[in-house]
Design a protein around this ligand. Structure first.
Ligand code: NAD
Ligand code: GLY
Length: 374
């Protein structure tokens, strides 16, 4: 059972596989040995206080059974801990435990843990191996693949980081049973973003899947075998789309403009990051902010004459079906404008109000592939 997607970064020939298989967490040891090509090494598992009591024991046991010497470092839960201080304490821990270049880090968690683990792996001893075990829908379809790592700073989100590809990604969709419905909604918003960019089959597949998720109890999705298979295929299709973009433009080159430019993956993110920053990373889940951001970018594109009304309405409908998004009308426009100023995408253009969003809007409109069916 299960499926896999091969990610290949063209200029560097760096290759790894994303394995998507229900129940595979118990096989994390054999998988890690295959990805790393060794078992005589230490592995530091980075996770958080919410995930540790549910999954850390299983992963630790699987790794130790294969021969790895494991250590675990448990952070508090939350986007606000994706900061320099978490990196510093984790690096210090690795140093104290005498981690060498032949040792590795496993990220066990959502996008927050993945970004911190990846960044620490990128800079510890100038780069050690790391493996991604994503436990949220968002991390499975997006953040665990592609090698973007980093942290938030007082001046903005994800502004300090590195490109550092993992050695492998292990996805066990069964872990989504314990995820809150709100996190599923957040993940689905990122899925809709990618589906809108991909168009065609992925857009239809994503739309169809939304019905399964919005039926209510998430755990039911995985207790039915046919759902599990369908869901594995959905995650694989999402990753396949993302990996094609990453393969062509790993470093999000400023000069490369084209259908496979990594910049298109930022669809909705200018506004999303500004919303997150202006609410101190506490009010919105990242994916929820992306849901709002995608609609904002699409609306802006329409006003600029770059996207037709039917496409915007279709997108609005699909985002709505991901689940309820927190209201944002109480956030002061000035707060958002100030946050936009620090977005990394403003660096190439002089800032004037919403100009970074306008440039994103142009990128997005060029990239969006879905078309209104009527
Ligand atoms: P998250 O990591 O905060 O996880 C969401 C919540 O779910 C947390 O409370 C977490 O503890 C909990 N959780 C995780 N797995 C669980 C499970 N199986 N059962 C129960 N609870 C579980 O949020 P996220 O949405 O996964 O990731 C958002 C982050 O990812 C943001 O910081 C964003 O910037 C980043 N991101 C990075 C990339 C990239 O390419 N590097 C892409 C997209 C997003
Ligand atoms: N999530 C955007 C990227 O990976 O480029």
């Amino acid at each position: 059972m299960g499926t896999s997607v091969r990610v290949k970064i063209r200029p560097t020939s760096w290759k790894y596989e994303a394995i998507i298989s229900t129940g595979s967490l118990a096989e994390a040891g054999r998988w890690a040995a295959k990805c790393l090509g060794r078992t005589e090494s230490k592995i530091a598992i980075l996770t958080n206080r919410k995930i540790a009591p549910i999954y850390l024991g299983l992963v630790t046991h699987a790794l130790e059974r294969t021969g790895f010497e494991t250590y675990s470092f448990i952070l508090p839960d939350g986007e606000r801990y994706k900061n320099l201080s978490s990196i510093e304490t984790f690096l210090q821990y690795l140093g104290e435990k005498n981690f060498q270049r032949t040792d590795a880090i496993v990220s066990l968690g959502g996008g927050v843990i993945g970004d911190i683990a990846g960044f620490a792996a990128a800079i510890y001893l100038r780069g050690i191996d790391f493996l991604q075990v994503p436990t949220t829908l968002l991390a499975m379809i997006d953040s665990s693949v592609g090698g973007k790592t980093g942290i938030n700073t007082p001046f903005g989100k994800n502004l300090v980081g590195a490109f550092h590809q993992p050695r492998g990604v292990l996805i066990d969709p069964a872990v989504l049973c314990t995820l809150e419905q709100r996190e599923i909604t957040a993940g689905l918003c990122e899925a809709v973003k990618q589906a809108a960019l991909a168009g065609g089959k992925l857009f239809d597949q994503t739309r169809e899947l939304l019905d399964v998720f919005t039926e209510g109890d998430v755990s039911k999705v995985f207790t039915r075998k046919e759902n599990a298979r369908r869901f594995e295929q959905f995650i694989a299709a999402q990753i396949r789309f993302k990996s094609e973009i990453v393969a062509a433009d790993e470093r999000e080159s400023a000069r490369y403009v084209g259908p496979k430019s990594r910049k298109i993956l930022n669809f909705g993110h200018t506004f999303a990051h500004a919303l997150e920053k202006s609410t101190d990373y506490r009010y919105l889940r990242h994916g929820e902010a992306v849901g709002h951001g995608v609609l904002f970018a699409a609306e802006l594109s329409k006003r600029l004459g770059l996207l037709d009304k039917d496409s915007v309405n279709l997108l609005r409908d699909v985002v709505r079906r991901c689940g309820p998004l927190p209201q944002i009308h109480h956030i002061a426009p000035d707060e958002i404008r100030t946050a936009l100023r620090y977005d990394k995408k403003t660096s190439t253009e002089r800032f004037n109000g919403f100009c970074s969003s306008k440039s994103e809007s142009r990128e997005s409109s060029r990239a969006i592939k879905f078309r209104h069916p009527f």
